[in-house]
Write a protein that binds this ligand. Structure first.
Ligand SMILES: NC(=O)c1ccc[n+]([C@@H]2O[C@H](COP(=O)([O-])OP(=O)(O)OC[C@H]3O[C@@H](n4cnc5c(N)ncnc54)[C@H](O)[C@@H]3O)[C@@H](O)[C@H]2O)c1
Length: 348
């Protein structure tokens, strides 16, 4: 049986620790090649996977390698270009989050997958955890009833990724903690609710740490305005077409006690709390409130992200992490930044 020929664009953190590890575990996949603009990143990757071929030009990789699947693991600015170029070369794409820089780009990528008859899946790994599987199933079985309010956030105290590099340059990243961290948990909570349309967003963003002298941040001397032009805190309130609302807080740096990532779903039959990896259910039994702690600490994950994409390509399952959701997520992100800039609510 012919194996799926796999390549990865971008050879940095997420390529090394997630995509290359994930795909190399699948017997149906052959790891063929990696592309990056940095020779150093390619040398580093080749040291881990000596059999791969390396490229600094993705079109050359497409031409020579006859690939079936590529992961796009570059800074966000390049997601659209590489995804559409891959479709044109007849290749399916597993694209890291966020799907793109904005809603317009997300729409172009989504349309292109249909135009070229290829599959696009987003790397929203938080949808593929045991806890997420449990919550999805619990909601499907009616455990929460009508979900009418959600809180979510990821509040780092001092953890700004690659200060001065692409994460803190809006031109390359599209923004700060909202587009980097918010895209995980706002997405997940909307996914649990069946992705209702947003009807309005009211938000504020703040940039308070770009010139911090805090030793825990280690901001390089002479950091220019262009090198750190993202928010370090985004907070907001989303109204949804099903009547529910979502309140969120995402930071790279703020003066809170300690890092915290969480989502809370409040339904009329039950509630879910996920805080720093710990899942709890709050509900009623015999007209009495009870707390339930699901033990999801089993090794078998219900849906493996990498095998799932193979199943999607083979038309065996519907994609759990499809680009249409990415379009709505980017609409919310665009509206959040717009609302913060205009200092008023944005309605759709
Ligand atoms: N799912 C997650 O939890 C998760 C976690 C981290 C990052 N990510 C996403 O993964 C993507 C990459 O993040 P990262 O942490 O690996 O960043 P990184 O900086 O560690 O790696 C990015 C790599 O892309 C390369 N690159 C830069 N410009 C390029 C270009 N034009 N063409 C080809 N390669 C280029 C860089 O040389 C670098 O090797 C981002 O979209 C990020 O949002 C997702």
């Amino acid at each position: 049986m012919r194996k799926y020929r796999y390549g990865c664009i971008g050879a940095g953190g997420i390529a090394i620790y997630k995509h290359m590890v994930g795909y190399s575990k699948l017997p149906s996949v052959e790891i063929c090649a990696v592309c990056d603009v940095s020779e150093e990143a390619l040398i580093n990757m080749k040291a881990k996977y000596p059999d791969i071929r390396t490229y600094t030009n993705h079109l050359e990789m497409f031409e020579k390698e006859n690939l079936d699947i590529v992961s796009v693991c570059t800074p966000n600015k390049f997601h659209k270009q590489y995804t559409i170029d891959a479709f044109k070369a007849g290749i399916n794409v597993h694209c890291e989050k966020p799907i793109a820089m904005n809603e317009q780009e997300a729409m172009e990528m989504t349309e292109a997958q249909y135009e070229y008859g290829k599959k696009l899946m987003l790397g929203l790994n938080n949808r593929f955890t045991n806890q997420a599987s449990f919550v999805r199933e619990y909601i499907k079985n009616g455990g929460l009833g009508d979900i009418y309010y959600v809180r979510c956030g990821w509040r780092r105290r001092r953890m700004i990724p690659k200060i001065g590099g692409w994460f803190t340059q809006k031109e390359l990243s599209g923004g700060g903690p909202l587009i980097d961290l918010g895209v995980h948990f706002i997405d997940l909570t909307l996914h649990f609710m069946g992705y209702p349309d947003p009807t309005s967003v009211s938000a504020s963003t703040f940039k308070k740490f770009s010139h911090s002298k805090c030793k825990n941040l280690n901001i390089p001397d002479g950091l220019g305005d262009f090198d750190y032009n993202i928010e370090d805190l985004a907070t907001g309130f989303i109204r949804l077409s099903n009547g529910a609302s979502v309140s969120f807080e995402f930071s790279f740096a703020m003066n809170n006690e300690k890092e915290e990532y969480f989502y809370e779903l409040f339904g009329d039959k039950g509630g879910v709390s996920f805080k720093n990896g710990e899942l709890k259910i709050f509900t009623e039994i015999n007209d009495t409130i009870v707390d339930i702690i699901p033990n999801t600490n089993y090794t078998k994950i219900d849906v493996d992200e990498f095998q799932h994409f193979i199943d999607v390509i083979e038309n065996k399952v519907e994609c759990l992490s499809k680009p249409e959701d990415g379009i709505k997520m980017m609409r919310i992100i665009d509206a959040t930044y717009h609302s913060a800039e205009m200092n008023k609510e944005v309605t759709f």
